[in-house]
Design a protein around this ligand. Structure first.
Ligand code: SF4
Length: 345
């Protein structure tokens, strides 16, 4: 139960970890692991959109896929509608999966070029044996094509005959065919032209309103996240460093990493006084993450304690969480006015 809204979560993720074995040093017997997702916890309410943002390589896509068990998590709990999804056996897993779908980033690579549009959209319906006859399945496919703005006369066409935006509509149609309650949208607009991006985002919002689905919306683009999300989770090197209601996060970013990300959003000329925070160095390797605060090697506010002690993800009130030793009295106050303008622009 969410203590702020009193609602029961659709999804509860607790201490999720995903480690990948890494190549060990020559002649070394020690096994090393890439910590792609490290101790991630969050909840998602029905019909809510949780935006997940961070640089590429921060573990956001691995997290999204682990939540659906497309990649097996190393440890942690995933409760879906109160049921433990991590322990579900094949039959239950299949049933639960029909309620959880994914939209992939690349509409070129994610559609089978040998299948027609009709066959692609019908695939999840056939796997789940949703309808008894071919005719009923075909009717559902045509219904869904209309909902996403695809002309049913394209039923027998192949993916290569479509533009990027239309292919993503095919991917969306496949994801909503079973009327799921949760969709993981993994960078669904980053491969599209900017002119097409807003059409696809608006379609996703309309579908959410009419079908009542919840989204985990993964993107490296904060403008896209700002457009679509209710709440935002900021990830860095496999960890959650800040999580808050969208308005709070954009108006009063607390974590220095979030502040740096927000400062990079382009703003209109009249607000050009805003200072851009440049992060030092590259993203460290997740196989060998920094000690203490994982962000200390690039943080403009780092102090001695930061390389020694790991900051907890603290609740600052109103569902705003931040993992920084100095949250509460951080530079967020200085950037507050700038960020408020950011929200207004
Ligand atoms: Fe920066 Fe230290 Fe806060 Fe980490 S704990 S974000 S290094 S100030």
């Amino acid at each position: 139960m969410n203590e702020h809204t009193g609602q029961v979560p659709l999804l509860e993720v607790r201490h999720l970890r995903k480690l990948f074995p890494a190549k060990s040093a020559f002649l070394s017997r020690e096994k090393t692991y890439i910590k792609a997702v490290d101790d991630v916890s969050f909840t998602l309410m029905p019909k809510e959109t949780l935006g997940v943002v961070g640089e590429s390589g921060c573990g956001k896509s691995t997290m999204g896929r682990s939540v659906l068990r497309l990649i097996e998590p190393t440890s942690g709990e995933i409760l879906y509608k109160g049921e433990d999804f991590t322990k579900a056996k094949e039959a239950t897993l299949r049933k639960m999966r029909s309620d959880m779908q994914i939209i992939f980033q690349d509409p070129y690579a994610s559609l089978n070029p040998r299948m027609t549009v009709g066959e692609i959209i019908a695939e999840p319906l056939n796997i789940q044996k949703r309808y008894a006859t071919r005719e009923e399945t075909r009717e559902q496919v045509i219904r869904v094509m209309k909902v996403v703005g695809l002309n049913p006369k394209y039923y027998n066409r192949y993916p290569h005959e479509f533009s990027g935006g239309q292919r993503q509509r095919i991917g969306i149609a496949r994801a909503i065919a079973l009327s799921p309650s949760l969709i993981v949208c993994d960078e669904p607009v980053s491969a599209l032209d900017v002119s097409i991006q807003s059409q696809v985002l608006n379609l996703l919002r309309d579908l959410q309103e009419s079908m009542g689905m919840a989204y985990i919306f993964i993107s490296h683009n904060l403008s896209v996240i700002k457009h679509i999300s209710d709440r935002v989770m900021v990830m860095y090197l496999g960890h959650v460093v800040e999580m808050a209601d969208k308005k709070d996060l954009f108006a009063t970013p607390c974590h220095p990493y979030t502040q740096a990300l927000l400062s990079a959003i382009p703003v209109p000329e009249r607000h050009s006084k805003r200072k851009k925070i440049l992060l030092q160095g590259d993203l460290p390797s997740p196989a060998n993450p920094p000690s203490g605060c994982i962000f200390h090697t690039r943080c403009f506010m780092a102090a001695d304690i930061c390389s020694v002690e790991k900051p907890e993800l603290r609740d600052l009130g109103n569902g705003h969480f931040c993992a920084c030793h100095f949250c509460g009295n951080c530079a967020g106050k200085e950037t507050k006015k700038e960020s408020k303008r950011n929200m207004e622009s």
